[in-house]
Ligand binder design. Structure first.
Ligand SMILES: [Zn+2]
Length: 214
């Protein structure tokens, strides 16, 4: 794995590792990967190692949230696994936030329908992250992780003007982020008016995608 990571970095590529287990995550972090996706069962010492090495954690809290909301539909053996993973990831994430591990934003969408990304923010805040840090995870931190911080991630002169706005103040009520009413991409306005949730509900009957914010 070290050789893979080494070669990827030599080619200026990032390495993301999708895993739940502690040992897999530890070996990946030791090999120098850029991020761990999920990391549900990571022990405190593994999280400490991430902090030391600057490895990003993408907690994908929505994935387990979605599965838990449909838990009765799964076979018994998967139910047990899902419950264990959800309990472990909550503990692991609280710990990572306390330790100051770099948190990136990702949702594992496809496990559930795309377009509900913003709901991840509230889950992050409910598990101990400040609202402003949760917002930064999806902006400045993700830009850093993806290696595109020179172009996006913060509002600064010289960067692309990718901007969203919403009624309310997401730093005091994070769920305001679920009702985006204004989107500017590279300086061009692509949405202005009603929050996305209302607009899309009209044309999309499925309740699963009733509040999309992409
Ligand atoms: Zn996954």
């Amino acid at each position: 794995m070290a050789a893979l990571v080494d070669e990827s970095h030599r080619l200026r590529k990032k390495v993301a590792v999708h895993c739940h287990g502690d040992q897999a995550a530890r070996e990946a972090i030791e090999a120098g990967v850029d991020s761990i996706e999920h990391g549900s069962f990571m022990k405190a010492e593994t999280v400490t190692m991430m902090k030391k090495r600057g490895t990003f954690l993408t907690p994908t809290l929505m994935a387990s949230e979605w599965i838990m909301s449909k838990i009765d539909d799964y076979p018994q053996v998967l139910q047990l696994k899902a419950k264990a993973a959800t309990a472990a990831r909550s503990e692991m994430f609280r710990n990572a936030v306390k330790m100051g591990v770099k948190i990136s934003f990702g949702t594992d969408a496809a496990v559930y329908p795309h377009g509900q990304n913003a709901k991840e923010f509230k889950l992050m805040v409910d598990l101990g992250m400040t609202s402003i840090d949760a917002l930064k995870s999806a902006t400045a931190n993700d830009a850093e992780l993806l290696g595109i911080a020179q172009k996006v991630g913060t509002l600064e002169k010289g960067k692309l003007a990718d901007v969203i706005a919403m009624p309310g103040d997401p730093t005091s009520d994070i769920t305001a982020s679920e009702h985006v009413s204004f989107v500017m991409k590279e300086g061009k306005i692509v949405r202005q008016g009603q929050p996305a949730a209302q607009k899309v509900t009209e044309s999309t009957p499925s309740p699963d995608v009733a509040a999309p914010v992409d």
